[in-house]
Design a protein around this ligand. Structure first.
Ligand code: HEM
Ligand code: HEM
Length: 210
């Protein structure tokens, strides 16, 4: 069986770090460790921004133009999946690609609203003071609502992964080691470039936010 590397190290590392950081961001806000909320936010922000840039100029399998298809492609994928004819590809499938995009955009909305949010006591994002307390309150509400939507999206993400597994398609292993069997070769960039980009972005955000 031909074994093809489809996910570079940056895509894999950023995925699993984002998982850990999302849980940590919820935990720190919920347990009054806001100083840590603001310390960890730059890391998640740096990963997120660099993943979005990687979606434009990174490895082919990670590019939005490669895995986002029109309604026809999505319907065809869903039909094939229903009929049991779906063969895993060398990137996200046509439906999963949009789910990925949705999660990335929700994370971005969460991050940006956080920059304007304020807890009303000691902690606030670096832009909260600039917009006045009413607008900051609104952004704080948005920060809370987007988080709830994000949780729903992540639960659906996990349900989808289980449904694929039940149909014999294992997606998790490739997100761990990067390889998938019997798919077409896909040119990858050196993931270290993405990791370096994320580190620089996270450092810049840290200096700004803290
Ligand atoms: C992108 C990742 C982020 C996640 C997942 C996240 C998550 C959360 C959650 C779950 C809460 C508690 C909301 C509630 O009270 O129900 C919260 C509150 C807060 N976050 Fe974030 N946050 C993120 C990014 C940021 C950023 C970038 C900043 C600012 C630089 C920020 C600043 C705040 C502040 C000031 C609060 C307190 C608001 C309040 O009292 O409700 N967050 N965040
Ligand atoms: C907790 C929050 C989670 C978030 C925010 C999240 C977000 C994402 C994102 C943005 C991608 C696209 C990766 C990329 O192209 O860079 C993705 C893909 C993926 N995630 Fe998650 N994820 C989460 C949890 C998990 C968990 C717990 C698992 C496994 C048990 C998982 C398994 C996967 C797999 C297998 C893919 C690749 C799907 C495919 O092959 O098309 N995710 N996830």
């Amino acid at each position: 069986m031909q074994r093809v590397k489809i996910w570079d190290s940056f895509v894999r590392l950023s995925h699993w770090l984002m998982v850990v950081l999302l849980v940590a961001m919820w935990w720190t806000a919920d347990n009054d460790y806001m100083e840590w909320h603001l310390r960890l936010a730059p890391l998640l922000g740096g990963l997120l921004i660099s993943r979005l840039v990687w979606g434009l100029v990174g490895s082919q399998s990670a590019r939005f133009s490669y895995f986002l298809g029109g309604p026809k492609a999505v319907l065809q994928h869903l039909r094939e999946f229903k009929n049991g004819h779906y063969q895993p590809s060398n990137s996200h499938n046509a439906a999963g690609g949009w789910a990925v995009m949705l999660i990335l955009l929700l994370l971005l909305a969460q991050f940006v609203s956080g920059l304007f949010a304020a807890d009303g006591y000691f902690y606030e994002g670096p832009l909260a003071a600039r917009i006045g307390s009413d607008a900051a309150e609104l952004m704080t509400d948005i920060h809370q609502i987007v988080f709830d939507v994000l949780v729903v999206a992540v639960v659906l993400h996990l349900i989808a992964i289980v449904v694929y597994k039940l149909r014999g398609v294992s997606l998790v292993a490739a997100m761990l080691h990067g390889y998938r069997h019997n798919v077409g070769a896909v040119p990858l960039r050196n993931g270290l470039i993405g990791i370096a980009l994320a580190a620089v972005a996270a450092f810049a955000l840290f200096v700004w936010i803290n």
